[in-house]
Ligand binder design. Structure first.
Ligand code: SAM
Length: 360
């Protein structure tokens, strides 16, 4: 498990990351590329000083927005490095992701991008597998990884020597990270890939949410419009495709989820407007039904701000007579935050550690 960025643990790592990114000593040799995924909060991005030779790449919409607002150059996509010329980069700084296939993809792509003499700095904690990533990288870089400990944070540095010395690179197994894959679970067919939440599975909470939505909406003549807020590969709208919604929309902050959902809907010939956004904050219309399996499952205290943001947006996006259905872990007191925004809050089901809550 990756440590949170909010506790004492995350502190050392953030300081190290910020110090490395603000170090312009290699700028004369070329660009520093910063690979950023979900594990840094947007507020912490402000400590990084933008400069011409620092470029970021992220798959998260709000990270891209925050960096752009700070004047930072940033690419937002599913870690597609194709726009960057090979051997153009002097240094890469990467706080490793949770998903191994993604880490391997970034190490492989990083190797291609680095100029001879350039270095890849992998940052993380012991339990992020940082030492293993360094060891694996040694095969490709054919050089010894240098491990440094800074408090509880680690940095493994891999240096790329002359390209000629490694004519047949031993690429790390990235499971072909960029490839979208057809998936089937029971009768449900969808398109997904690593990087998407529970990418080749059906989340049990989402399953309960879909079941409850069916019951609540059963018998209604007109269902109006529906929004899946935080859509992942699109499960909730795929599994309710038979319900007579007049219009369907889905949104997620993760570029890879938007890609998978768009492809899944197209494959099923289901017309859905899909947007990359932070909690749907750029959506202008209102919806009669909002379905949401929000991302604040693991520990409410650390994600209180996120819960607040989701509930504020759900209120704004819900039509006057609309209903929102959420599924959360049973121990999450979502009703407390919801009470500030909604008059009617009811628990529709408590099962298997989940609860489905209706808000209007
Ligand atoms: C628990 S998953 C549910 C995915 C999908 N609805 C399902 O049922 O399989 C939560 C989703 O919320 C997305 N998410 C996280 N933060 C978000 C944000 N700020 N705005 C929009 N979506 C977000 C995640 O990328 C993830 O796809």
């Amino acid at each position: 498990m990756t440590s949170t960025t909010t506790g004492h643990q995350g502190h050392h790592l953030e300081h190290l990351l910020i110090a490395m990114l603000n170090d312009a000593s290699t700028d004369a040799q070329g660009a520093t590329l910063w690979i950023v995924d979900e594990n840094l909060a947007p507020a912490q991005l402000q400590a990084i000083h933008p400069r011409a030779n620092l470029l970021a790449i992220t798959n998260r919409f709000e990270v891209g927005e925050a960096l752009r607002a700070a004047g930072q150059q940033v690419l937002v996509n599913d870690f597609d490095f194709a726009a960057l010329p090979v051997t153009s980069v002097a240094r890469i700084v990467y706080r490793v992701s949770k998903e191994r296939a993604l880490v391997h993809h970034c190490i492989n792509e990083g190797y291609k991008l680095l100029a001879p003499g350039g270095s890849l700095n992998l940052l993380g904690h012991k339990d992020d597998g940082i030492k293993t990533h360094g060891k694996n990288g040694e095969q490709l870089f054919r050089s010894k990884a240098q491990l440094q400990k800074h408090g509880i944070a680690y940095c493994t540095t891999l240096r790329k020597f002359s390209q000629l010395a490694n004519a047949n690179p031993e690429w790390l197994d990235s499971k072909d990270y960029p490839r979208l894959r057809p998936c089937q679970v029971g009768a449900l067919e969808f398109i997904s890939k690593p990087g998407v939440f529970g990418w080749n599975k059906i989340d049990h909470g989402s399953e309960l949410l879909a079941r409850e939505a069916r019951q609540v909406l059963h018998g209604r003549a007109a269902l109006g419009s529906v929004l899946d807020l935080g859509c992942g590969y699109g499960y909730l709208l795929l599994v309710t495709a038979d319900l007579p919604f007049a219009k369907r929309s889905a949104t997620d902050n993760n570029a890879v989820a938007v890609l998978a959902a768009t492809t899944s809907f197209a494959k099923q010939q289901l017309s859905v407007g899909v947007t990359l956004d932070d909690c749907g904050e750029h959506l202008q219309e209102r919806f009669d039904v909002i379905l949401c399996n929000p991302p604040f499952h693991q520990g409410f205290s650390t994600s209180n701000a996120l819960a607040e943001k989701f509930l504020t947006e759900i209120r704004r996006l819900l039509s006057d007579k609309g209903i929102a259905l959420l599924v959360v872990n049973q121990f999450i007191p979502v009703e407390k935050v919801a009470a500030e925004h909604f008059q009617n809050i009811s628990t529709l089901c408590l099962q298997d550690g989940f609860k489905v809550v209706q808000l209007s």
